[in-house]
Design a protein around this ligand. Structure first.
Ligand code: G6P
Length: 608
């Protein structure tokens, strides 16, 4: 969703804010803006489109003078993406400027109330009500105005406020939407994500819901909802600024694809000690473990597709029934859940609104919750009974790659761990799997190296209007993610079908020249998938097969192929998805798409 930043210091604020917005642009790119106070006035610059438009407009911020300010990059909810609806929004008296992430649900009634008081609104946004509430409640004490205004708001939001009061003060408020304070020397910051803070400081404070902070260049004070000062722990961010930069790659997505062997290693190795899997924060007793009679995995988007892989693997190894539920459906479904349910919540950002809501709903019904999350200190990580972090590092491209593969890596590890604890695995099988897991970074590198030529394939196939992905069992689960990658970034209609289901409808669409991507790595069902390949070929389809590198049979049948290294079957989805990510990347590149910022999408969806 939207990205917000705030800065107070002794140097010019606008260049710092614009640099911060660049690092948060993955959250939304409909418009960008800054508001900077110079002691006499709040100056605003805002413009439709990318942060680049804002930096062009302001000469990288040099045109705007002042030492304190806020910035915003928008993913539009209320009001079209244009210059007027761009944040920051200013109060009529020019004393407060506001940036906002989230939705003010009662904005319509507040707008009506304020209009009756004679206030004239200039934008269509929900956010503008906040600026005007502040002005109405201001009586010389900005902190009081902030508290009184916040008490009127319903919904989920994080707010950044600059107030023209004395030398200029900043306020940061959090209610169900991420906000992190950065503590510098002689300057302080806030942002929606640590990515915007790490160039300046690694010392951060994670605000909790209902809390707000007041920042000046030298002080940071955190208050609870009643305005009482609270002591918050200072955390250290454990990654460097280079991790959130392109490092010579043309796109973040390509860099993140290439990082996957290392991310797998970083996620998995710390959890294997003396060839035994151990989790730092998932320590159920045998009794607790045996009491679990059902696992529900809930998530959105790719995280849900990682869950689909997890379902096959956990059921296969642990013999516990697993269902994968879209969070946006689960939350409203009156789900049947009790204390014997283990809810696995998967989220790269840890901030996805639907996932959080589904989690809260299931927790309230007694489920034990285990979160698989990439962002330390995120809402989902805080809400969960247990957390296993994916150590993928910051993921900037909107389309996830390393986030997904590290989620699958954790699910694989978890399945082996649970099967062992439940006494369902021989020591020989366990140690064979541990060896295979240790070998995976090399195999993932091979999955990249085997497909160096995929660019040419992408060039040849990039003009198809629709692409069908088929597979069975784990291959089918990978199809879902492969198809999603392609549609997200290349805008080609692509959909995954269980290969055996094709004949029950979708095959009607297969025609001369239709492109079918057939995943045929799951060996127990290889012959069945081959029959499905025959079926679509008989109807004129062109088949791009994804096959194990030592498979000779498929080469005779397919028109084109992508090869992947042989691994333990439960680990193979991670190797398979890498060439599919590369395929989507190069197809999108051929089609001239904006790969890191696909249209209409945002990386972190903090609204319903
Ligand atoms: C958005 C992103 C997807 C992502 C999904 C879930 O829709 O565009 O790439 O998979 O949110 O995000 P999460 O942070 O919860 O994994």
């Amino acid at each position: 969703m939207c990205g917000i930043v705030g800065f107070s210091g002794t140097r010019q604020a606008a260049p710092v804010l614009i640099d911060g917005l660049r690092r948060l642009e993955y959250r939304g790119y409909d418009s960008a803006g800054v508001a900077v106070a110079d002691g006499e006035e709040i100056h605003i610059a805002k413009v439709k489109g990318y942060v680049k438009n804002l930096s062009d407009l302001t000469h990288d911020g040099a045109d705007i003078r002042g030492l304190v300010g806020v910035g915003h990059t928008r993913w539009a909810t209320h009001g079209a993406p244009n210059d007027i609806n761009a944040h920051p929004h200013l109060s009529s008296d020019g004393r407060f400027a506001v940036v906002h992430n989230g939705i003010i649900e009662n904005y319509a009634s507040l707008r009506q109330e304020l209009t009756k008081k004679g206030i004239r609104f200039v934008s269509d946004t929900d956010t503008e009500v906040v600026a005007h509430l502040l002005e109405v409640y201001y009586d010389g004490d900005p902190k009081k105005a902030v508290m009184r205004a916040a008490a009127r708001l319903e919904g989920s939001y994080s707010l950044g406020i600059v107030c023209l009061d004395g030398s200029g003060r900043l306020f940061a408020l959090r209610e169900q939407s991420p906000l992190i304070l950065g503590l510098g020397v002689g300057e302080n910051y806030f942002a929606s994500d640590v990515a915007a803070l790490v160039p300046h400081t690694k010392n951060v404070i994670y605000l909790d819901d209902g809390e707000f902070a007041e920042l000046t260049a030298d002080t940071v004070t955190v208050y609870d909802v009643r305005g009482k000062t609270i002591d918050k722990p200072v955390s250290r961010v454990n990654w460097d600024v280079e991790a959130a930069e392109k490092g010579g790659y043309e796109h973040f997505m390509l860099k993140e694809i290439m990082e996957q062997p290392a991310c797998f290693k970083a996620t998995v190795e710390p959890r294997i000690k003396n060839d035994r899997i151990e989790f730092e924060n998932f320590d159920l007793t045998d009794e607790e473990l045996k009491s679990i009679d059902r696992i529900i995995i809930t998530a959105c988007g790719s995280a849900g597709y990682a869950g689909q892989v997890g379902r096959y693997v956990i059921e296969e190894l642990c013999r516990i029934p697993v269902s994968v539920e879209l969070a946006s459906e689960l939350r409203y479904r009156n789900p049947i859940i009790n204390e014997r349910t283990l809810l696995i919540v998967i989220s790269q950002s840890g901030e996805t609104a639907d996932t959080i809501a589904a989690m809260r709903e299931c927790k309230a019904r007694g489920a034990r919750t285990l979160a698989i999350v990439n962002v330390v200190g995120s809402t989902i990580a805080k809400l969960a009974d247990h957390v296993i972090y994916t150590w993928a590092g910051p993921e900037i491209a909107v389309a996830t790659t390393k986030g997904y593969t590290t989620q699958v890596a954790v699910l694989d590890l978890l399945a082996v761990y649970l099967a062992d604890r439940l006494g369902l695995m021989t020591p020989e099988r366990y140690s064979a799997l541990i060896t295979a897991i240790h070998d995976m970074p090399g195999k993932l590198q091979r999955a990249i190296d085997l497909n160096r030529g995929i660019k040419k394939l992408a060039k040849r196939l990039c003009n198809h209007n629709d692409i069908y992905f088929i597979g069975r069992n784990l291959d089918y689960a990978v199809c879902m993610e492969g198809a999603l990658k392609l549609k997200e970034i290349s805008y080609i209609f692509a959909e995954a079908y269980a290969a055996g289901e094709l004949k029950h409808g979708t095959i009607a669409l297969i025609d001369q020249g239709s492109l079918v991507v057939a995943l045929a790595c799951h060996e127990p069902l290889f012959d069945k998938t081959m029959s499905n390949i025959e079926e679509v070929k008989a109807r004129g389809a062109q088949v791009l097969a994804v096959a194990l590198e030592d498979d000779r049979q498929i080469l005779k049948k397919a028109d084109d192929f992508i090869l992947v290294p042989r691994t333990e079957p439960i680990l193979n989805p991670i190797a398979q998805v890498i060439p599919l990510q590369l395929f989507a990347y190069y197809v999108a590149k051929e089609r001239g798409c904006d790969i890191d910022k696909p249209k209409n999408l945002a990386k972190s969806v903090t609204v319903e």
